[in-house]
Design a protein around this ligand. Structure first.
Ligand code: GTP
Ligand code: MG
Length: 322
């Protein structure tokens, strides 16, 4: 039986195996992903982003408690661009979810940047699709910070949660840096610390003077103390409220469109890039190109153009000769 079929039948080891193959960029993984794609689109995806150490994992962990009590199956993807490891190595430390590791209804996977292709958001999409095909009801995607990759990842979620904490001056900075547009729900965590009210006030102000959202949704703010689980129940119901608003308006359709587009662009980008890189490597021209660029014997624009047009020319020649 194919790996994909086994995954669809609920084989957890098959799912882990495919996720490892995705991490290692093993070509056959794509065949499995092709087979799984028609079975995806059922899971509800929630992105959680915020500065390092703001309590994202603790929040996720406490949300899982509630979701499991409601009988929902959960997938968790922890995207960690700063860590050189992937898989089990950092799970215990960074994800604080050992409690759920033995629960069959919870599937946890962590992801780190590999290589130089900026394929983090691609791998995340792939992993989300596997969990979706596994039949997870809800998939929580934790990402650190607000880099381009994070924004892309969070953009493809149905509901995006942005976590802030008191006492780090860069919060409002982060808010200004475009985080406002991506947050459907905001969390001020570590409310046991001084300054939580100020963060909330600042946030409210920024939200109010900000542009009205096209979808009409007014972002909600929640105050939590995740370590004690305070405020998490309200947050989970905030997700449901947002989902309901999406279902009732045109928001859902738009999100699906956005998700399909982002996934496709991401795949096109990574496939095309690796194709050309492979070609250059095969021709043994990598060092020469870099050397030429370094010494300004040529420019990167022309080299890229040349490689692409060479490929197109050779293709037309082949079809002309047929
Ligand atoms: N005082 C206080 N500490 C908290 C609260 N929530 C989380 N923490 C602590 O903050 C630290 C970081 O929590 P994590 O959940 O790992 O934060 P994170 O955002 O997932 O961190 P990274 O994944 O490393 O970016 C841990 O020591 C938590 O126990 C809270 O509400 N109050
Ligand atoms: Mg974390």
């Amino acid at each position: 039986m194919s790996l994909a079929k086994r995954i669809l039948e609920g084989d957890i080891r098959a799912a882990s195996r495919l996720m490892r193959d995705i991490d290692d960029r093993i070509p056959s993984a794509v065949e499995s992903l092709k087979e799984l794609y028609p079975k995806t689109g059922r899971a509800y995806i929630v992105g959680i982003t915020g500065p390092p150490g703001s309590g994202k994992s603790t929040i996720v962990d406490k949300m899982v408690d509630i979701l499991r009590k409601e009988g929902k199956s959960v997938g968790i993807v922890a995207v960690d661009p700063s860590s050189p490891f992937s898989g089990g190595a950092i799970l215990g430390d960074r994800i604080r979810m050992q409690r759920h590791a033995t629960d069959e209804g919870v599937f946890i996977r962590s992801l780190a940047t590999r290589g130089c292709l900026g394929g983090l958001s691609r791998s995340t999409q792939d992993i989300i699709n596997v969990m979706d095909a596994m039949g997870k009801d809800i998939i929580l995607v934790e990402t650190v910070g607000v880099g381009q990759d994070e924004v892309e990842i969070v953009n493809t979620a149905h509901t995006s949660i942005v976590v802030l904490v008191p006492g780090s001056g860069d919060d409002i900075q982060a808010i200004k840096a475009g985080i406002i547009e991506i947050g459907d729900l905001f969390v001020v965590n570590k409310c046991d610390r001084d300054g939580a009210d100020k963060v909330e006030r600042d946030l409210r102000m920024v939200l109010e003077i900000g542009r009205k959202r096209e979808d009409g949704w007014e972002p909600l703010i929640f105050k939590t103390e995740a370590t004690l689980g305070k405020g998490i129940f309200e947050l989970v119901y905030g997700i449901y409220r947002h989902k309901q608003a999406l279902d009732q308006g045109q928001g859902f359709e738009k999100k699906l469109k956005e998700r399909a587009k982002t996934t496709f662009l991401e795949i096109l980008k990574t496939e095309a890039t690796s194709h050309y890189i492979e070609k250059i490597e095969k021709a043994g021209e990598w060092n020469k190109i870099i050397d030429d660029l370094m010494h300004r014997r040529t420019d990167p624009y022309s080299v890229a153009e040349k490689i692409i047009s060479e490929e197109l020319n050779s293709k037309t020649q082949i079809s002309n000769n047929k």
